[in-house]
Design a protein around this ligand. Structure first.
Ligand code: NOJ
Length: 543
């Protein structure tokens, strides 16, 4: 018998699942341990006013999509006042909304509307650097006596013409820029993003106040940008061999993953806990090993840390299994769940990284079957590919400009979402879209995929509904993940009452059915005793 399992059949079959409003599992302070959190890249999500740039009202109007998808929370990328030198990760006023995105009343209304739908709201905080337009940096430019909140140094060389050390910017070129008066300042990212000096007491005080500002507005947590970079090694020592900072790196560096950074996260945890209600901190942290990364989620530090080793893992089952095992062991050693992620606004979309939609769909089911929390980047639920042919003139990634187009291709994953219709801007808003959308994206729109049982959107909806309905899925507390023997190229693991298979072989493979199939990224054939798994497919089984 051919058992073609479709998302719609599953959805109607699992009528005892909790309503997919996001409200079910979101109760309780530990909600985040197995939460699915949706990343909204605000400028590319939905535009309400026709200027071609997404905004907070656009997010609010489209919250029902997220509630129906079945996620627990939303993470909003920076919407604060900013010259937008790095997509808003250059903040000039941490307590105000940039007019591009709306105003504070829009933020307030968005949080209220999300909560009414059972969705929590996490906002970005950018504490490693400010914008060069921040009042502190403007004061520092005017007055050398006002420079202690940043890292200013004299240069090296006979007349100070060389940078103070050999550090390079993540976006290319030296990590130092010289002012006309001769002093240099540090910027691990663009020159418009000067690094703060966290040894200065006013920096810590200011950020505690900023956190309180947004917590008082009702937000449920923070995604902490560059959480591993806020403290630099004393004396700002040379690296010595020309090593360059990268967004995703594994080498110990004097400006990343310094032990002293944990003291800051401890103080933030105390602040979050003082609010109660399950407010969380999420580390965007790069550490040389899974063990070092786990230090960020010790019980008195942040709650989650993105597992970028999983994101970086190629389509290779042996390596995937190793990363999964090492990640689970590392976070278990500190009593934390693992936080899985496949895509975000800084990396090539995983459909394109893995080379096909089949693999992207399979990877999503694999991720959502793992114990712990998971992040979904906007558009991955539509199976969007990376846009690889953007005209140079349209690109905004600062790294693209700083490396003569050799790097910084982060615009291709930031193309505005298709919601409906057959022509750009595909319902993104009443005007155009700030990055050109490809022809043919109408077929990938939310409207086009809704109700199509074979669509990626319905696959994600069904997966998230099942995650709520089956206790063996997601919740780390439900029990261990156990690997079972499987043919080469196939992964097979069980959790209580549940099994997951992944076939990465170039041909279908037959094996004993581990149970009853409840969801599959591609049609599986089973007679109840054996199953034929298609190439590049992932299947969930009830046992
Ligand atoms: C990480 C953010 O995700 C990225 O978009 C940004 O460019 C850097 N941090 C600098 O803030």
């Amino acid at each position: 018998m051919t058992h073609e399992l479709t998302a719609s059949r599953l959805a109607s079959a699992s009528s005892n699942a909790t309503a997919s409003t996001g409200a079910g599992d979101a109760a309780g302070d530990a909600w985040w341990r197995d939460a699915v959190i949706y990343q909204v890249y605000v400028r590319s999500f939905a535009d309400s006013d026709g200027d071609g740039v997404g905004d907070l009202r656009g997010v609010r109007e489209h919250l029902p999509h997220l509630a129906r998808l079945g996620v627990d929370a939303v993470w909003l990328t920076p919407f604060y006042v900013s010259p937008q030198a790095d997509g808003g990760y250059d903040v000039a006023d941490y307590r105000a909304v940039d007019p591009l995105f709306g105003d504070l009343s829009d933020a307030d209304a968005l949080v209220t509307a999300a909560h009414a739908l059972g969705l929590r709201v996490i906002v970005d905080v950018v504490p490693n650097h400010t914008s060069a337009e921040h009042p502190w940096f403007r004061a520092a430019l005017r007055d050398p006596a006002a420079r202690a909140r940043y890292h200013f140094r004299p240069g090296r060389g006979a007349s100070g013409e060389l940078p103070p050390n050999d550090w390079e910017s993540v976006f290319g070129g030296p990590a130092w820029t010289r002012l006309p008066d001769g002093d240099w300042y540090l910027h691990l990212f663009a020159p418009e993003q000067p690094d703060l000096n966290w040894d200065h007491p006013e920096v810590a005080e200011e950020f505690a106040s900023v956190l309180r500002f947004w917590l008082d507005l009702g937000i449920d947590g923070f995604r902490v940008d560059v959480a591993h970079g806020m403290v630099k090694a004393p004396g700002l020592p040379d690296i010595g061999h020309g090593a360059q900072a990268t967004l995703i790196g594994t080498e110990p560096l004097p400006f990343f993953d310094q032990d002293a950074v944990h003291e800051i996260h401890r103080s933030w945890r105390r602040l979050l806990d003082s609010y109660g209600g399950g407010r969380i901190g999420v580390a965007e942290a790069w550490a040389p090993t899974s063990e070092r990364l786990a230090l960020y989620v010790r019980p008195d530090e942040l709650h989650q840390a993105f597992n970028f080793r999983f994101l970086n893992c190629p389509w290779d089952p042996a390596r995937m299994r190793t990363v999964i095992d090492e990640s689970l062991a590392a976070t278990a050693s500190v009593g934390a769940p693992t936080t899985w992620v496949l895509s975000n606004h800084d990396v090539v979309r995983h459909r394109t990284r893995y080379g096909s939609l089949d693999r992207a769909r399979a990877a999503a089911l694999l991720m959502l079957a793992l114990p712990g929390s998971a992040y979904v980047y906007q558009g991955e639920e539509l199976g969007l590919p990376e846009v690889t042919d953007l005209p140079d003139a349209a690109r905004r990634d600062p790294a693209f400009l700083r490396t003569a187009g050799q790097d910084g291709l982060r615009d291709g994953c930031r193309v505005p979402l298709p919601w409906a219709g057959t022509e750009p801007p595909y319902g993104f808003g009443p005007g155009g879209a700030w990055l050109p959308q490809p022809a043919g994206w109408g077929d990938l729109s939310v409207a086009a995929q809704t109700g199509d049982p074979h669509s990626t959107l319905e696959l994600y909806r069904a997966a998230l509904e099942l995650r709520r309905a089956m206790p063996g899925l997601g919740a780390p507390e439900a029990g261990p993940l156990t690997w079972l023997p499987a043919p080469e190229g196939v992964l097979l693991f069980t959790r209580p009452g549940f099994a997951c298979t992944l076939n990465t072989r170039p041909a279908p493979v037959e094996l004993p059915a581990p149970g009853r199939p409840v969801l599959s990224s591609a049609p599986v054939e089973t007679d109840g005793r054996t199953v034929r798994l298609p190439t590049d497919s992932c299947t969930w089984w009830a046992m």
